[in-house]
Design a protein around this ligand. Structure first.
Ligand code: AP5
Ligand code: MG
Length: 389
C-alpha cells in the first residue's frame, strides 16, 4: 500500500495537491479538516463539539480526531493505499496513526511536507477566503491557526524524521511543478520499497522451477526454506541434525527454525530489490510471522500468487520426479507424497485465504508448459506492481 501524509502549515497547498494525487494513485482520501466540516454541516454531536474550536483556529482534541478516523482506517478496503491530509497534526495523533495502520498490517510510506514562507501562507488564505466560505479563513483566525501549527503540529516532523520518512519539499511556485516534485519523491521512495512475492501452491505445482526464474527476471533474492533446510541437513549442522527426521517424514519443521533461516537471508541481503518466497509461509502462523518480520523493516508482502493444480496432477508429477535424478527423498514412496499433499490441504491452503483477505492474493492456472506458466506469473506480477506503484 502507498500511504502518504501531506504535511504543512495552513495554506501550504495540502488540499490542492491532494486532489491531484488522488486522481493519479487512486488512493482513499482522509482529510480530517473536510471530515470535521462535514460533521458540522450535518449538525452531528461531534460536529457541534468541534465547531467552536475550528472557528477560533485551534486544534480539535485528539479524542475527537480518533473517533472520526478510526473506522475509516481500519475498515479501509482500498489495497492501493490512503492519502492523509491535515492528519496527523499532533505527536499523539502520529502514534495513533501508527497503531491504526498496524491494525491493517501496513505503515505510513512517507510524510511529504510542503514548505511555504509565512507571508505567502497568509496571502493565499486571505485570497481563498473570498470564495471558500470557510469560517476559519479570516485574518485573526489565520494567525491563530499558524500559532497552533508552530506549537503543536510542527513537532510531528521530528517523529517521522526519526523514522527516515520525512520528506520536505518546496511548496512555492506553480502548482503543476510542486505536483511533479511530489511524484518524483514518491517514485524515489517506492524504489526503496522491496518487491516481495510469495509463491504458493501444492507440492508438485512447479513453484521451485518458476520461483528461480522469477528471481532472475525481477532481480530478487530467492528464499526457499526447503532448499536451505536440505543444505543444513547435508552439511550436518546443528540445525540440520534437528530437522532431518521431521523432513524425512514429509512434515513441516518448527517455526523457530524457518524464522531463523529467513532472518539470516534477509540480513545477508540488505541491498536487494526484494525477495521471492517459495515454500514459506506454509501455515497461517508463518504468514503472520512473515508479515511481522517484514514490517520491522518497513516492508510487506507485495503479492502472493497461488499456482492451482489438481491433487491428482501433483501426484503424477511428484511420482514421475521420483523416478529421475532430480528425485527428492520424499518423492520416493506413495505414502510420503500423500503425506505432503495432505499437509498442504490441512495447513497450507489457509495461507491462500490469509492473503485473499488482505487482497494481495491472486491465483493462476498451474496446468500448461513451463513457459506458459512463467508468462502467466510475470503478467500477474507486472499488473500488481503497476497498481501499487
Ligand atoms: P484543515 O481543513 O486541515 O485546514 P489547514 O491545515 O488549516 O489547511 P488548509 O486547508 O487551510 O490549507 P491547505 O494546506 O489544504 O491549502 P490549500 O490547498 O487549501 O483544518 C481546519 C481546522 O480543522 C483546523 O484548524 C482544526 O481546527 C481542525 N482540524 C483538522 N484536522 C485536525 C486534526 N488532525 N487535529 C486537530 N484538529 C484538526 O491551499 C490554500 C490556498 O492556496 C488555496 O486557495 C489554493 O488555491 C492556493 N494555493 C495552493 N497551492 C498554491 C501555489 N503553489 N501557489 C499559489 N497558490 C496556491
Ligand atoms: Mg486543506
Amino acid at each position: 500500500m502507498l500511504n502518504i501524509a501531506l504535511f504543512g502549515p495552513p495554506g501550504a497547498g495540502k488540499g490542492t495537491q491532494a486532489k491531484r494525487l488522488l486522481k493519479k494513485y487512486d488512493l482513499t482520501y482522509i482529510s480530517t479538516g473536510d471530515m470535521l466540516r462535514e460533521e458540522i454541516a450535518e449538525g452531528t454531536k461531534l460536529g457541534f463539539q468541534a465547531k467552536s474550536v475550528i472557528e477560533k483556529g485551534g486544534l480539535v482534541s485528539d479524542e475527537i480526531i480518533v473517533r472520526l478516523i478510526e473506522k475509516r482506517i481500519v475498515e479501509n478496503t482500498n489495497p492501493k493505499g490512503i492519502l492523509f491530509d491535515g492528519f496527523p497534526r499532533t505527536t499523539v495523533q502520529a502514534y495513533i496513526l501508527d497503531g491504526l495502520l498496524l491494525r491493517i498490517q501496513t505503515s505510513l510510506t512517507c510524510m511529504i511536507s510542503l514548505e511555504v514562507p509565512r507571508k505567502e501562507l497568509v496571502s493565499r488564505m486571505i485570497e481563498r477566503s473570498k470564495i471558500s466560505g470557510r469560517s476559519d479563513d479570516s485574518a485573526d483566525v489565520i494567525q491563530f491557526r499558524l500559532k497552533e501549527y508552530d506549537n503543536k503540529t510542527k513537532p510531528v516532523a521530528n517523529f517521522y524524521k526519526a523514522k527516515g520518512k520525512y520528506i520536505p519539499i518546496k511548496g512555492t511556485g506553480p502548482i503543476k511543478e510542486i505536483f511533479s516534485t511530489i511524484n518524483t519523491v514518491i517514485q524515489q521512495t517506492l524504489r526503496k520499497k522491496w518487491i516481495n512475492v510469495v509463491l504458493y501452491g501444492p507440492p508438485g505445482s512447479g513453484k521451485g522451477t518458476q520461483a528461480l526464474k522469477l528471481a532472475k527476471k525481477y532481480n530478487l533474492v530467492y528464499i526457499s526454506t526447503g532448499k536451505m533446510l536440505r543444505q543444513e541437513v547435508k552439511d550436518n549442522t546443528e540445525m540440520g541434525k534437528k530437522v532431518a527426521a521431521t523432513m524425512a517424514r514429509g512434515e513441516i519443521v518448527p517455526d523457530e527454525i524457518a524464522i531463523t533461516l529467513i532472518e539470516r537471508v534477509i540480513q545477508e541481503n540488505p541491498d536487494t530489490k526484494g525477495f521471492i518466497f517459495k515454500g514459506f509461509p506454509k501455515t497461517i502462523v508463518q504468514a503472520y510471522i512473515l508479515d511481522g518480520l517484514l514490517l520491522k523493516l518497513n516492508q510487506s508482502v507485495s503479492i502472493a500468487i497461488g499456482i492451482e493444480l489438481s491433487t491428482l496432477e501433483c501426484f503424477k508429477r511428484l511420482s514421475s520426479r521420483g523416478k529421475t535424478l532430480n528425485s527428492r527423498p520424499y518423492d520416493a514412496s506413495m505414502e510420503l507424497i500423500i503425506n505432503r499433499l495432505d499437509e498442504f490441504i490441512d495447513h497450507t491452503k489457509a495461507v491462500g485465504e490469509y492473503y485473499e483477505k488482505k487482497r494481495t492474493f491472486i491465483s493462476i492456472e498451474g496446468n500448461g508448459s513451463e513457459d506458459e506458466i512463467f508468462d502467466r506469473l510475470t503478467e500477474t506480477i507486472d499488473n500488481a506492481l503497476l497498481k501499487t506503484r
